[in-house]
Design a binder for this molecule. Structure first.
Ligand SMILES: [Zn+2]
Length: 105
């Protein structure tokens, strides 16, 4: 069994989603401190961070790859982009240029 990741405060809410994703891919895992996270305030702060543990050491690498995919997708959403048609710089959450209407490629 190996710890793959310790979630930061901001990532905490993602923990359950990532666990679901790994389990959907046949990787047995559990979140340590998942419940403590929701009870924050009653336990020392630093011990509240959820930790992602993988039961099978042989699956850690695959789990890490899946996790990297999730993180990359998140980054892509928040990254700004430039419209190739009119050159407008748009926030990452826009799927379409508000200036000329071109869809994000
Ligand atoms: Zn445009």
């Amino acid at each position: 069994m190996k710890r793959l990741k310790t979630f930061s405060f901001a990532e905490g809410p993602q923990a359950g989603m990532i666990k679901g994703l790994l389990e959907a891919n046949g990787i047995a895992c559990f979140i340590k401190n998942e419940r403590l996270f929701t009870a924050m305030g009653e336990v020392p702060f630093v011990e509240c961070f959820p930790e992602l543990w993988i039961f099978d050491n042989d699956q850690v690498e695959r789990a890490a790859a899946l996790l990297a995919g999730v993180t990359a997708a998140d980054a892509a959403i928040s990254e700004s982009w430039t419209c190739p048609d009119c050159g407008e710089v748009l926030e990452g959450h826009f799927g379409q240029c508000w200036n000329c209407g071109r869809a994000r490629s």
